[in-house]
Design a binder for this molecule. Structure first.
Ligand SMILES: NC(=O)c1ccc[n+]([C@@H]2O[C@H](COP(=O)([O-])OP(=O)(O)OC[C@H]3O[C@@H](n4cnc5c(N)ncnc54)[C@H](O)[C@@H]3O)[C@@H](O)[C@H]2O)c1
Length: 318
């Protein structure tokens, strides 16, 4: 795994960049809003938590930060957030989908009987963590490409989790949604740079001390020598990715998974955040692909992907 070390100098490039993000009222999102504000960015953020969102925005009384009540599961709310940014600042440069919720109850409770399962469970976790980002991305792409000049750096950043690539027993809907977010990023990273000149990446934090993590876990992990992140540490890595700060073996890895050079070295990454530091996962996965997938299957799949990338479309009529 390649360590991801954001270049502090690069954060200065975020000055006056227009950033739209969801989930900004609390936890990692709030720390991200604060760090963007410190870097001189112009911010529009949305969240369901109105008191916390308004309080955070009022802490930065300089007209450079705006809050809008947003429910990411509502398509129109995603739209309103980007409309506000365009109306206020005339463009959008970077879009971050951070809002998320943890597992709600146990859909596989051992006590469930055949009578209990007559009633379907709600899909709120999938709605917030996966449908929300899908809506967000659709709207974000249209706003990021609007009036974009060829040299403008535009990006999307999606929030996954350690539960997006590692087995997390009990987190059935949460784990599935966060795997889904990584899947979404992996599909977008081939498409957005050549089509729109937009980079896309994902952040996948380990346990982070926010309201989402039960206190027993926040306190328990350090006792067994496993530190939890602070929201500020995750925000630091997040801004590094948005600023395009990556010095890995990206060119080699991009070729291995059939990614073109259009996205540059900071496209298509999954940055795991643990012990307050970033670790890039995709290079290692790509470099060892023939090993874990098998040489023949890997060769044929790369060929199939290259052919699909040359113009064949999944959505064409048969
Ligand atoms: N805390 C962790 O251990 C951890 C680990 C891995 C990934 N993450 C991910 O990081 C992101 C931020 O989580 P956090 O730890 O800061 O949690 P948090 O609970 O502190 O913050 C989440 C924010 O999302 C908002 N939100 C929830 N539902 C919403 C909706 N429908 N529309 C708009 N906003 C909504 C909440 O009001 C809250 O402000 C999430 O995507 C989460 O899954 C967190």
């Amino acid at each position: 795994m390649t360590s991801f070390d954001p270049d502090p100098a690069q954060l200065r490039s975020l000055k006056d960049k227009v950033v739209v993000l969801t989930g900004g009222a609390n936890g990692i999102g709030a720390a991200t809003v604060n760090l963007f504000a410190k870097s001189g960015a112009l911010i529009v953020f949305g969240d369901l938590d109105v008191p916390a969102g308004e309080k955070l925005a009022s802490n930065h009384e300089n007209g450079r930060i705006h809050f809008l009540r947003t429910d990411v599961t509502k398509y129109v709310d995603n739209l309103e957030l980007f409309r506000l940014a365009l109306k206020t600042y005339g463009r959008v440069d970077h879009a971050l989908s951070i809002a998320g919720i943890v597992e709600q109850g146990n859909i596989l409770d051992p006590a469930l009987t055949i009578d209990d399962v007559e009633k379907p469970p709600t899909n709120i976790v999938i709605d917030v963590n996966l449908v929300g980002p899908l809506y967000f991305v659709r709207v974000a792409v249209a706003y990021l490409k609007h009036n974009k000049q060829p040299t403008d750096d535009k990006s999307i950043l999606l929030f996954s989790s350690v539960a997006g690539f590692y087995d997390s027993p009990g987190l059935f809907a949460y784990g599935a949604s966060k795997h889904g977010v990584l899947g979404l990023m992996r599909c977008l990273r081939h498409y957005l740079p050549p089509t729109f000149g937009i980079r896309v990446n994902a952040i996948a934090p380990f346990g982070t001390a926010t309201a989402m993590l039960p206190q027993a876990i926040t306190n328990g992990f350090p006792k067994i020598g496993v530190p939890v992140n602070t929201p500020e540490q995750v925000a630091g890595v997040t801004l590094g990715v948005v600023a395009g700060s990556h010095k890995g073996k990206n060119a080699e890895y991009m070729a291995q998974i059939g990614l073109g050079a259009e996205g540059g070295p900071c496209n298509g990454l999954t940055v795991y955040v643990e012990s307050g530091k970033g670790w890039e996962l995709e290079e290692g996965l790509a470099a060892t692909r023939a090993e874990w997938q098998g040489e023949g299957p890997n060769e044929r799949l790369l060929k199939a992907n290259a052919w699909l990338a040359s113009g064949a479309a999944w959505t064409e009529d048969q």
